[in-house]
Design a protein around this ligand. Structure first.
Ligand code: EZ4
Ligand code: CO
Length: 402
């Protein structure tokens, strides 16, 4: 087969999405997600100017060599923009392979290792009572696992707490919104949330929490310890982990399972965390970590060290990424859980897809390729609008991690 064209498509059905569509001489096309929240146009330009010219004329079946060409051949390798662009190409090529061979992508990755993919939803409220009510709604929808985030007394806004409950989307138009942060208030409050949730929902429901990069290692250790009686499924992104060794401190102090990696781009962001068994779940995902080709290798390394996967799956990953994640999740052995934030109806209409939710699990469907399409006409009705994720400041004005 032969690649003859590739278009970079941008749409904003409620939030921005970038899509790469690769066309072949044989008439088959493949789709890849290229969305990098808040920096979308950097990836658009990287793809149009620097990547598309290099793949015209190539055989789309050569996913490994094309991956190596784009990674090693860039010289300035790695980073979120490059790895998102490579991921978009890689996803689209796996989609083409599946369509050409008339089989779902999971069959090309080893076949099904399980029947369905366990997912968790996002419950959030301004206070503990409202968060508890939101958890109840997810339980009523059939979820077996729920991430819970709550507003913190004294802070006007907190990560994970939004107006729109099912479709939480933190990016906003205009300049970046500013949030306020107090580690001390947070550390005092969060254990009370989980105490309440265990009293209300009992022991069987899987509960998760995202600290969203705000703690130091010793603070994370304190939080992990204080959450131990409530046996979380995981505590996510407790520390930024740019210093991977920092997680030795967290690990030594707590048995709360640790999840990390939604902002990582390559295995080099996680190799110490994995090989020293400092984490339990690796959260890297297809779109920001170089595609299916790279994530397969990361999962294989993680498998040796008892680390399971828990791919990022927020609304800023398009349905193409979600589908790619599901084909990956269902095929690998060391799958743990999949994040699942629902997209809005407008987004689902632009990206009609075969995957579906039933009884707390997602199913990838059995369409050839990734099983997602792109409605070009409808997408054109939603033009790109610049949007930023929030920034975060401590109460004294110091810039902090959002
Ligand atoms: O803040 O994807 O676990 N999920 C998350 C997400 C991230 C967004 C950022 O674009 O942390 O909500
Ligand atoms: Co997160």
């Amino acid at each position: 087969m032969k690649i003859i064209a590739a278009d970079v498509l941008v749409t904003c059905p409620g939030r921005n999405f970038v899509t790469l569509r690769i066309q072949t001489e044989e008439g088959i096309y493949g789709l890849g997600d290229a969305t990098l929240n808040g920096r979308e146009m950097a990836v658009v330009s990287y793809l149009r100017e620097h990547v598309v010219p290099c793949i015209i004329g190539r055989d789309p079946f050569e996913t490994e060599d094309i991956w190596q060409y784009l990674y090693r051949g860039a010289y300035w390798r790695g980073g979120p923009v490059t790895m998102t662009a490579i991921a978009a190409v890689d996803m689209a090529l796996w989609d083409i392979k599946g369509k050409a061979l008339n089989t779902p992508v999971y069959n090309l990755l080893g076949g099904k290792s399980r029947n369905r993919v366990l997912v968790y939803g996002h419950a959030n409220g301004v206070d503990i009572a409202e968060t508890s009510d939101e958890v109840a709604k997810y339980v009523a929808l059939g979820y077996k696992a729920v991430r819970a985030q709550t507003g913190i007394p004294g802070l006007s806004s907190t990560y994970g707490v939004a107006q729109e409950k099912l479709y939480y989307e933190p990016a906003a138009t205009g300049l970046p919104p500013e949030n306020l942060w107090s580690t001390e208030q947070y550390l005092l409050h969060v254990p009370k949330l989980f105490e309440r949730l265990r009293l209300t929902f009992g022991d069987d429901l899987h509960l998760l929490h995202d600290a969203h990069h705000r703690l130091t290692p010793i603070q994370a250790a304190r939080l992990g310890k204080s959450l131990e009686p409530h046996h979380l499924f995981w505590l996510e992104d407790a520390v930024t982990a740019e210093l991977q060794e920092g997680f030795r401190i967290v690990r030594h102090h707590t048995t709360t399972p640790l999840a990390l990696g939604e902002v990582f781009n390559s295995i080099w962001d996680a190799h110490i965390l994995i090989t020293e068994q400092l984490i339990d779940y690796i959260r890297m995902t297809i779109v920001h970590s170089g595609g299916i080709t790279h994530l397969k290798k990361i999962a294989a390394l993680a498998e040796i060290y008892h680390v399971q996967t828990g791919c990022h799956g927020a609304t800023d990953l398009s349905p193409i990424s979600m589908a790619a994640a599901l084909h990956f999740d269902i095929s690998i052995h060391n799958f743990g859980i999949q994040e699942y934030m629902r997209h809005t109806k407008e987004t689902d209409d632009v990206f009609p897809h075969a995957y579906y939710f039933a009884d707390g699990y997602l199913h990838p469907g059995d369409k050839p390729g990734l099983g997602v399409d792109y409605d070009v006409k409808l997408a054109e009705r939603f033009p790109y609008a610049r949007a930023y994720l929030p920034v975060n400041r401590k109460l004294d004005g110091t810039m902090w991690n959002w």
